[in-house]
Design a protein around this ligand. Structure first.
Ligand SMILES: [Ca+2]
Length: 331
């Protein structure tokens, strides 16, 4: 039961429940949002009661409605109050709360005690960028980096990044990104999504400023006439210090994959073969090219895809009718 008046000793509030109510009211009235923050921090530390007590108060001040009251005591001693929208489950327990563009969602048990917290920060914007390059072994890598102006108190400690991707986009392997995220993350497939999960062992993480999280070696299994859209679906970032999870608003470009369409003009033509030849001869920079579209024409070993002159040759053979739209030889 110890929470705000731990000086009172065990059992005090059980014997004097009115004191318990008065004591927490003090905290709730002086700064409600700080009380919520403290409750969530304690929850992630494994102490669930402060958050349950907070929600008990939020419920008490709602008087059964779908609004509750948040208070802030300013430096002059004025109390400012604000109506906050709350959501309830079918038996009336509070399951969500919207404050300052942040949506707090609570999974609760039958008694209304919190089992899990999900924080969706609609004002916490993160952009995801895809960058192609060729590594020292010649494999095409796509780096995924994130960027945000919002700071995490303890820096980034873990993330779950999900991309919507057709089944024909295959992840062969993943490499780590920048320190301390240099260990390969775990990559999985779930309901039409590629889900990438990574974490660090430090309790002090980097900020989200052009931070490379992961490099992917992948492959396209589709045809020369199908465009495969890939985009960021969601991102959860976790504070390395507090463990607080933020379900952020994420934006990214949509990558339109099409096997063979190197210059991304929407179709496979002799120009694509020419660009590969010019790139391999060192006469054309890779800027603006979709390197995975080039590397996935002739498929290489399962460690990854390389761009070779065979890719250009396969395009020529496809255009001459010797190969089908999967770049397989016609019988
Ligand atoms: Ca093209």
């Amino acid at each position: 039961m110890n929470y705000l008046r731990s000086v009172c000793g065990d059992g005090f509030f059980v014997s004097y429940p009115q004191e318990f109510f008065a004591s927490i009211s003090n905290q709730y009235f002086s700064n409600t949002s700080r009380t919520l923050e403290l409750g969530i921090k304690r929850f992630y530390d494994g102490y669930h009661e402060p958050l349950n007590q907070f929600l008990f108060f939020a419920d008490a001040f709602s008087f059964g409605s779908n609004k509750t009251i948040f208070y802030t005591l300013d430096a002059e001693g004025n109390i400012v109050s604000e109506n906050i929208t709350i959501g309830r489950n079918s038996v009336g327990h509070i399951t969500s709360l919207l404050y300052n563009k942040t949506l707090y969602k609570f999974s609760v048990d039958d008694e209304g005690n919190v089992l899990a917290v999900d924080i969706q920060d609609t004002a916490f914007n993160v952009s995801v960028t895809f960058t192609f390059y060729v590594d020292e072994e010649g494999y095409v890598i796509t780096n995924l980096s994130i960027n945000s102006e919002t700071e995490l108190t303890g820096g980034l400690g873990a993330y779950i990044l999900s991309l919507t991707a057709p089944e024909d986009v295959i992840v062969l392997s993943a490499t780590g990104g920048e320190l301390p995220f240099n260990a390969p993350p775990t990559v999985g497939r779930l309901d039409g999504q590629i889900v990438i999960v990574g974490f660090i062992s430090e309790t002090d993480g980097p900020q989200l400023q052009n931070l490379v999280l992961v490099g992917l070696r992948w492959r396209l299994n589709s045809t020369a006439t199908t465009e495969l859209p890939l985009e960021t679906f969601g991102l959860v970032v976790v504070d390395a210090s507090s463990g607080a999870e933020h379900n952020v608003t994420v934006s990214s470009e949509t990558l339109g994959f099409m096997r063979g369409d190197i210059n991304r003009d929407g179709h496979v033509s002799i120009a694509d073969a020419m660009f590969i030849a010019q790139y391999l001869a060192g006469n054309r920079p890779i800027t603006g090219f979709n390197l995975l579209n080039a590397a996935s024409i002739k498929q290489d070993e399962n460690e990854g895809e390389k761009i070779t002159i065979a890719d250009a040759m396969f395009i020529a053979q496809y255009l001459a009718g010797l190969r089908d739209e999967y770049f397989n030889l016609n019988q």
